[in-house]
Design a protein around this ligand. Structure first.
Ligand SMILES: O=P(O)(O)OC[C@H]1O[C@](O)(CO)[C@@H](O)[C@@H]1O
Length: 256
């Protein structure tokens, strides 16, 4: 199953990346190699695809660029290899969004899955007691929000397929890898078992539970279900202001 993200961008698998249509802007992809993410994997010596995922930060339609920049927003897209990294499915290394100078806070991220299937894994902190941990299973067209300050990574949930997604982020984003790296990864490792994915505790944290769930609806954040988040921006460019200014939303009891 595939989803139309609302503008002319097509994920490619060989090589991993994106094709941009007419009047669509986007950078050359930045590749995350297996060697560059080993420290955050359950088995740092595992084998897997050389290029694990390809990132294009700042994509969109030429005609929207000014409105996107004016709101300090950025739309990013990432496409993942299929397969596994040892016992784990292909996944990102995990990070926390650093404090953005523009708003003085860590910021949230609004994901939309385009193809394949994904678990968006997130935990409240990178301390030894990581707080609440969730793995949210999402399919093409579904949206998942990661709150400010939460550590998160993106996991290929169906290893027979490439996975790609788009996401609204703040423009002056920064990634903090320190807490995740000092624990040798996030608090729960995804493991491929009998064509399924289970979550296994990382012993360097003290945690009892990883809640596996499907995404909820985010009407409280003004997001409509079933319509591309890019189109939702075009219809109302102020809709995602809570991404570049997280003080506009209530994150205290947030459930993804
Ligand atoms: O730096 P990492 O953890 O390899 O992942 C980078 C990617 O993660 C995301 O923030 C999604 O979590 C993308 O927007 C970004 O390009």
């Amino acid at each position: 199953m595939k989803f139309d993200p609302g503008f002319k961008i097509t994920p490619t698998s060989a090589p991993l990346g994106f094709q941009y249509g007419q009047r669509v802007f986007g950078p050359q992809v930045e590749n995350r190699t297996l060697d560059s993410i080993r420290k955050n994997l359950r088995d740092p010596n595992c084998t897997g695809p050389d290029i694990v995922y390809s990132i294009a930060m700042d994509v969109g339609c030429e005609e929207d660029r000014e409105e996107i920049v004016k709101r300090n927003l950025l739309y990013g897209a990432v496409t993942y290899a299929k397969g596994n990294l040892g016992e784990e499915p292909v996944r990102s290394q995990g990070h926390v969004h650093a404090v953005s100078p523009s708003c003085g806070m860590s910021t949230c991220e609004v994901y939309e899955i385009w193809s394949g299937a994904a678990y968006i894994y997130m935990q409240e902190t990178t301390r030894d007691f990581p707080g609440r941990c969730y793995a949210v299973l999402a399919y093409p067209g579904e949206v998942v929000v990661v709150p400010p300050n939460w550590a998160h990574c993106t996991i290929v949930a169906d290893i027979t397929k490439n996975m790609s997604f788009g996401a609204w982020c703040v423009r002056d984003f920064g990634f903090d890898y320190s807490g995740v790296r000092s624990h040798g990864g996030v608090a729960w490792f995804p493991i491929v078992k009998d064509n399924n994915i289970i979550f296994q505790k990382n012993d360097s944290y003290q945690t009892e539970e990883c809640v596996v769930k499907r995404p909820r609806r985010y009407s409280d954040l003004g997001i409509e279900a079933g319509k591309p988040i890019y189109t939702q921006f075009q219809e109302n460019p102020d809709r995602f202001l809570f991404v570049s200014n997280p003080k506009l939303a209530d994150w205290e009891h947030f459930v993804p």
